[in-house]
Write a protein that binds this ligand. Sequence first.
Ligand code: TRP
Length: 349
Amino acid sequence: MSNADQRPIILTGDRPTGQLHLGHFVGSLRSRVGLQDSHHQHLLLADAQALTDNADNPDKVRNNILQVALDYLAVGIDPTKTTICVQSCLPALNELTMLYLNFVTVARLERNPTIKSEIQMRGFERDIPAGFLCYPVAQAADITAFKATVVPVGEDQIPMIEQTNEVVRRVNRQIGHDLLPECKALLSNMGRLPGFDGKAKMSKSLGNTIVLNASDKDIKKAVNAMYTDPNHLRIEDPGQVEGNIVFTYLDAFDPNKEEVEELKAHYRRGGLGDGTVKKRLEGVLKELITPIRERRAELEKDPDYIMDVLKQGTEKCRNITQQTLDRKSTRLNSSHLVISYAVFCLKKK
Ligand code: TRP
């Protein structure tokens, strides 16, 4: 990393467990594309984290690394501006995780609301993989190894940012100076995109996603199945916009905000049919997705290129993360995080 580069550092990433979808796009993918000039941005393909609840199916994780990388490039992540790397190939992250685990209690991990709901959703009950329970600590290692201050993520990741900052403060207190920076979550102003069935979350396991390379047919099918206002039975009836998923999607994707507001007013007054609104949304989604799908299909023909991008990005990130944790450092007040407890103790004197 060049010292001349004063841009804020971003680290964010995704678990490679499936293709990304419009929920990811609205949650943070779209903003990442916009941030790559003003920020020093790194994207992590979090395969090690994905393994914490997919240990019985490593092939799923392995195969999806390339799929998510394709999604990144297809939406406009430019590898000459953003570094894309593979988490499991960055050994410094594991060493930092081992250190940080001593600064976090099991009770604190069990209180993490995202972890709580994920444990419930996955039906782990008492059989929680230890790696899964501890992944917020590993995520703190990810973020701090890059000295990232900005983390563009969806709302569900806020507890991870909070835990990261707790670790940061704990380490800085121990070391006696602000070696690690605190970070903040960068949320999209849209909040979470519901599934097309109206369920609160778009998720592959619920079968309510629209993937980033959806075909025209898939788009049409999803839009037609969209939940609207169940009481809006005849076109001339006044309709409800709140909780009407078609309007939620228009708010998220239609570039013409003014026209959307007019449509809403018309729908509320009555006289505007669901079919008309859905037709418009179908057009908007096709316009968004078609170039992404075409670019992805092009990129898919050249897996060697994608592998090159990942290799080069990972090599760069290996250096960055290793520098944060330089065990060979002998200077006690160096800017490196020295892992040895003996050194922590020495520094105190
Ligand atoms: N937990 C994130 C998710 O499920 C993925 C992730 C791993 C991440 N490491 C990260 C996000 C570091 C931001 C920063 O989407």
